[in-house]
Design a protein around this ligand. Structure first.
Ligand code: AP5
Length: 218
């Protein structure tokens, strides 16, 4: 399956994409993760992207298109993938269709992770990533044993640079202005699936797999 995860910052796109990857072998392709790696490695591309990311603005379409084209052409993505954070505006949605068209593919589903706006700030300020295994956790919502497991594995609970209140506010505005119009775009292509994304991570996952017609892993 070729899936796009749509949804506001903090709606759980990355969390659910990680689950789809581990249960169904669909590689999670996150432009945010690819960009953060480029920033950490201080590559040319990372240096160009950093200011926009720190401000909560979108990085240029040209930069992310190059990254996506390279990533979805790799052998592990030949049978499907989950795009997490791409596309984010109408130009990117059209670019994606062209890239997939060249590979002879189309999208099977665009999933809107639907969450009340009030929940997002708490999810984002509480988000931490375990440095030992890359797992996305939350100091308010993750079970204490999951947070402890990270520390016991020698990991640190790291906070993303853009998860501060000012940047989050801007990211949410950018989402409303530039990304939310893609909901109608994919509705018009008859592939939009809306998943109620409030509630426990496992409940949301079960709604998501139902919407996609995937069998839940035992
Ligand atoms: P990106 O990394 O894509 O960030 P985002 O879209 O802002 O999305 P998030 O990663 O913040 O949220 P998420 O929906 O994945 O939520 P998560 O699962 O982590 O982009 C960062 C920046 O990179 C952008 O601002 C931009 O500058 C640039 N960029 C990226 N892609 C780009 C593109 N295509 N074009 C241009 N620029 C681009 O969950 C959040 C928290 O909630 C976690 O702590 C999690 O544990 C918790 N949580 C999840 N589900 C639940 C639940 N059901 N109950 C309780 N807690 C939950």
């Amino acid at each position: 399956m070729r899936i796009v995860m749509l949804g506001a910052p903090g709606s759980g796109k990355g969390t659910q994409a990680q689950r789809l990857q581990s249960d169904h072998g669909l590689p999670q392709v996150s432009t945010g993760d690819l960009l953060r790696r480029a920033v950490a490695d201080k590559t040319e591309l990372g240096l160009q992207a950093k200011a926009a990311m720190d401000a909560g603005e979108l990085v240029s379409d040209r930069i992310v298109l190059g990254m996506i084209e390279e990533r979805v052409s790799r052998p592990d993505a030949a049978n499907g993938f989950v795009l997490d954070g791409y596309p984010r505006n109408s130009t990117q949605a059209e670019d994606l269709e062209k890239v997939l068209g060249k590979l002879g593919h189309g999208l099977d589903a665009a999933v809107l992770m639907d969450v009340d706006f009030e929940v997002l700030m708490k999810r984002l300020t509480g988000r931490r990533t375990c440095s030992a295994n890359g797992k996305v956790l939350n100091i308010y919502f993750s079970p204490p044993e999951e947070l402890d497991a990270c520390r016991k594995a020698g990991g640190e609970l790291e906070q993303r640079a853009d998860d501060n209140e000012d940047t989050i506010r801007n990211r949410l505005q950018v989402y409303q202005r530039q990304t939310a119009p893609l909901i109608d775009y994919y509705k018009g292509r008859n592939i939009l699936k809306t998943v109620a994304a409030t509630g426990e991570v496992n409940e949301v996952y079960s709604r998501l797999t139902n919407a996609l017609g995937l069998v839940l892993a035992p």
